[in-house]
Write a protein that binds this ligand. Structure first.
Ligand code: PMP
Length: 338
């Protein structure tokens, strides 16, 4: 038995019960572990869908070049699908992104253009502007624009939603998911609510992002926007893939709580996951403590793998420098010998 290409291995990720971090919570809490995708993240699902929809629409054809502004996971998904299908990839990235992320994308054959972080989105040097310029200049190039491209939501409506419905045999009562572009949350929520309108959906947001306030008041409040560290969730824009009518409630999670929960998932559950997985679980469990009843089944999406954060939340010195832990956990020989 074999797959015809790496693309066929995307999706059908496992659901794993959380046993330790859920202490004191009623009901069953299951994690959908998306690092089992070949690019190690949930974004493989929408990357292949954006490419295949563009092929069908005739906006991407043989010998084409895919150009996207990315912070990592979408780029990885696009790169592996593009490699398998014979397209070139050029990614524009802000220079605040880790070197590891740039190296990974180059390792899978993409060209990476590094752009300054501290410029506004409409500055010609920003990674958004450079991507648009390259798209305008390079013949037969395709700019997926994951924020507003609805193939993103459709990918999760067609795969993530049905998988969760089948894996829980229709018993899911609560769905929790971090919101960045909104594709994972809203595509999955749409499918689940069509099967059972009583499924409650909980969007996980960060401090420094506009989503929660916008859902609760309908106001796009610029005071909600300030720098934060968690990668992949929260926004300072309203992407077209966020359909607020499909998200019943938002919970905000701090960078620190997210980092500490990701570390607990690694050490206590054996799930070596990314930073936003900590946000999703911390926020979902805060909601679950107040709302879950005996017999309820909550599913939480864990978007990516811990390796991408080794230099940050899994590095004790980094954690200490950011005030997230008091002391280093690991001894060096000098601590023991001296
Ligand atoms: N977590 C991580 C690590 C991500 O890369 C993303 C993608 N931005 C998300 C969560 C959120 O997923 P979505 O874009 O589908 O809202």
């Amino acid at each position: 038995m074999y797959y015809n290409s790496i693309i066929e291995t995307i999706g059908n990720t496992p659901l794993v019960k959380l046993n330790k971090v859920t202490d004191g919570i009623k009901g069953t809490v299951l994690a959908k572990v998306e690092y089992f995708n070949p690019g190690n993240s949930v974004k493989d699902r929408m990357a292949i869908k954006m490419i295949e929809d563009a092929e069908k629409a005739g906006i991407l054809s043989k010998g084409g070049t895919i150009i996207e502004g990315t912070s990592g996971n979408t780029g990885m998904g696009l790169a592996l699908a593009a490699t398998a299908k014979g397209y070139k990839c050029i990614f524009t990235m802000a220079d605040k992104q880790s070197k590891e992320k740039m190296d990974i994308l180059r390792a899978v054959g993409a060209e990476v253009v590094v752009c300054p972080t501290n410029v506004t989105p409409d500055d010609p040097r920003s990674y958004y502007s450079v991507a648009r310029k390259l798209n305008a200049e390079i013949p037969n190039s395709f700019y997926p624009n994951q924020y507003d491209n609805l193939s993103n939501t459709a990918a999760h409506y067609e795969t993530t939603g049905p998988e969760i419905w089948e894996q829980t045999e229709g018993k899911i009562t609560h769905y929790a998911c971090g919101v960045g572009t909104g594709g994972t949350m809203c595509g999955t929520a749409k499918f689940l609510k069509e099967q059972n309108p009583n499924v409650k959906t909980v969007g996980i947001d960060t401090y420094g992002s506009v989503f929660k306030k916008y859902k609760e008041t309908g106001v796009f409040d610029e005071n909600e926007i300030y720098p934060y560290l968690t990668e992949g969730i929260g926004e300072d824009i309203l992407p077209k893939n966020v359909d607020f009518s499909l998200i019943d409630e938002f919970v905000k999670v701090t960078d620190k709580d997210a980092a500490l929960m990701a570390r607990r998932l690694s050490k206590e559950e054996g799930l070596f996951v990314g930073w936003s997985c900590g946000s999703a679980v911390h926020g979902a469990l805060e909601y679950a403590r107040k709302n879950l009843k005996e017999g309820d089944v909550m599913v939480i999406i864990l978007p990516d793998h811990g390796t991408r954060y080794l230099g940050k939340i899994y590095n004790d010195s980094w954690m200490k420098d950011h005030g997230f832990v008091e002391t280093r956990q690991y001894a060096t020989a000098r601590d023991i010998v001296a």
